[in-house]
Design a protein around this ligand. Structure first.
Ligand code: NAP
Length: 243
């Protein structure tokens, strides 16, 4: 039996990951910062006789990460897959003044930038830090960090948007370094561009449904990655994405 943890998972890509992974037989720990939202999302899947376990997780809260790792150790004894999916995009902030502080040069605010980096770039490493021992108990441990084409320097043809672009670019390089550190433990760590997806973040006009995007990532990446791929930034079709 394989065990997976997905962050930011009560809606969007995270929820679809939980659905597809549990349909494939994984036991899935579905996390969201609001426990009630996690419970409601898990209920929806468990109605279909899937094995989904809701937990509260604000990804910048190391104590919560640690608690879930201890619970996972007690209940399952290992983890096979971590999907670091939780993310924020300042363009979506309801507070436009706050949004501008991570978006435009004239408004740029270090604290706001650092908050975006904390969630999008640093928290994925903190999750792996606390689940490292449990990953080592898996036959084939995999960490998938949801990055973005917006983190690619090659793709950068427009200005502004510092918080999000910087955070996903940093996530890419931090993952490469983490992958190098964890190679001796055979832990596969990859960053993935899901494409432009119809979620609250991506908007209704996006190219892919969540079903299509997650199916792509599972078929082209999760089911194929090997330790030699660790550290790579991959596109949803499985090809290496330009840095
Ligand atoms: N949609 C796209 O086109 C697209 C493209 C490239 C990359 N991505 C990436 O895909 C991932 C999923 O996004 P999505 O498109 O599915 O958007 P979404 O529906 O807005 O989902 C984002 C999720 O992250 C959670 N989250 C945010 N901050 C968190 C925190 N500090 N702790 C825990 N959870 C937190 C949100 O929960 P709350 O509601 O509680 O904030 C929400 O569940 C993100 O990393 C995003 O950057 C999306």
């Amino acid at each position: 039996m394989k065990i997976a943890l997905v962050t930011g998972a009560y809606k969007g890509l995270g929820f679809e990951f939980c659905k597809q992974l549990s349909k494939q037989g994984y036991k899935v720990i579905l996390t969201a910062r609001d426990l009630k939202k996690a419970q409601k999302a898990a209920e929806l899947l468990n109605e279909q006789e899937l094995n989904v376990y809701p937990k509260a997780l604000e990804v910048t809260n190391e104590k919560q990460i640690q608690e879930i790792a201890s619970w996972t150790k007690e209940v399952f004894g290992k983890i096979d897959l971590i999907v670091n999916n939780a993310g924020i995009n300042p363009k979506d902030y309801a507070d436009k003044i706050k949004m501008a502080k991570a978006f435009y040069l004239n408004e740029l605010d270090a604290k706001e930038m650092l908050d975006v980096l904390h969630v999008n770039s640093i928290a994925p490493l903190l999750v792996v830090k606390h689940f490292r021992q449990l990953l080592c108990r898996s036959e084939k441990p995999i960490v998938i960090n949801i990055s973005s084409w917006l983190g690619s320097v090659t793709n950068l043809t427009f200005g502004g948007h510092y918080g999000y672009i910087g955070s996903k670019n940093l996530l890419n390089v931090l993952n490469k370094s983490m992958a190098n550190e964890l190679k001796a433990e055979q832990i596969i760590c990859v960053n993935v561009n899901p494409g432009w997806v119809q979620t609250d973040m991506g908007g209704a006009k996006a190219q892919f449904t969540t079903v299509a995007s997650v199916t792509n990532m599972i078929n082209n990446i999760l089911s194929k990655v090997e330790i030699s791929d660790s550290g790579n930034f991959l596109n949803y079709d499985g090809k290496v994405h330009p840095w």
